[in-house]
Design a protein around this ligand. Structure first.
Ligand SMILES: [Zn+2]
Length: 274
């Protein structure tokens, strides 16, 4: 199976069993209008692969940038060979490389792990100033719609301080993620305008995604960004999109199909996000 064929539409048999939340999507009669289908699709997080697979060093491409764009306009991920952090904002896919540089990769570029949704604002509120990522999370916590929903997050504004990281391109045989992040390049920004995008996930997501907040940063001038480690908000607007459906597409790579993913990933997943 070639690149792109493992994205949601191309893996119907797997995805059918893995669409969670429903909201009637799977109960729609044949002949559902395109408009209705599109409306349902905007309420779905489309994800390729799992964080546990990434932790195990499965950096082979499972989808493409073009397919990611087709399934959402906001989200995050990484690239083939763990070549930097993916930030998806306003339908554009940005690559923050380990040298801190930002570019827009071609639609043919591969990704081993990505999660996107079409973002619609359900809740909007202003925050700031806040003096830590933890304080920001507490403010957002108070606005989350439910304890067990997946919530897409977009925070745009000015930030007194941002610390982010990226990851350097790996060569095969791939090194597990925690060994890579042990020496991760980190970037600091002060008094910067920009946007944070990503997801809040409930604990039940288990090996699929980190529980809690997972956000990636992109500066307004597109000169920097990465996986968010710390942030002090000066003034920003938080927008939340409750997303009741999760469509998970599994990589049809030989490496994924043969990997032993039965381990206990909880501590590793927490460590991978720091
Ligand atoms: Zn990340």
């Amino acid at each position: 199976m070639g690149r792109g064929s493992t994205v949601v539409a191309g893996a119907a048999c797997m995805v059918a069993a893995l669409v969670l939340g429903g909201c009637g999507a799977s109960d729609e009669p044949a002949g559902t209008t395109a408009a209705a289908a599109a409306a349902v699709d905007r309420e779905t997080v489309h994800q390729v692969s799992t964080l546990s697979a990434l932790i195990d060093g499965l950096y082979q491409p499972a989808t493409t940038v073009g397919a990611v764009k087709a399934h959402g306009d906001l989200g995050l991920g990484t690239f083939e060979a763990l070549d930097g952090e993916m930030v998806v904002v306003d339908g554009r896919v940005y690559q923050v490389k380990s040298d801190g540089g930002v570019s827009e990769p071609a639609d043919s570029a591969g990704s081993p792990y990505a999660a996107v949704t079409f973002f619609d604002t359900d809740v909007s509120f202003d925050v700031g100033p806040t003096d830590s990522y933890e304080a920001l999370q507490k403010e957002i916590d108070a606005h989350l719609g439910g304890l067990n929903d997946i919530c897409a997050v977009r925070i745009e504004g000015s930030f007194a301080y941002v610390r982010s990281r990226s990851v350097p391109r790996q060569s095969e045989p791939y090194t597990p993620l925690l060994e890579v992040t042990a020496t991760q390049p980190e970037f600091e920004f002060r008094d910067v305008e920009g946007v944070l995008v990503g997801f809040w996930c409930p604990a039940w997501v288990g090996q699929i995604d980190p529980a809690g907040y997972h956000l990636h940063f992109l500066s307004a001038d597109h000169s920097g960004g990465g996986h968010l480690l710390e942030v002090h908000v000066t003034q920003a607007t938080v927008r939340l999109d409750d997303t009741p459906n999760l469509s998970l597409s599994l990589p049809m790579t030989p490496e994924f199909r043969q990997a032993d993913l039965a381990g206990d990933y909880e501590k590793q997943m927490q460590a991978a996000e720091k």
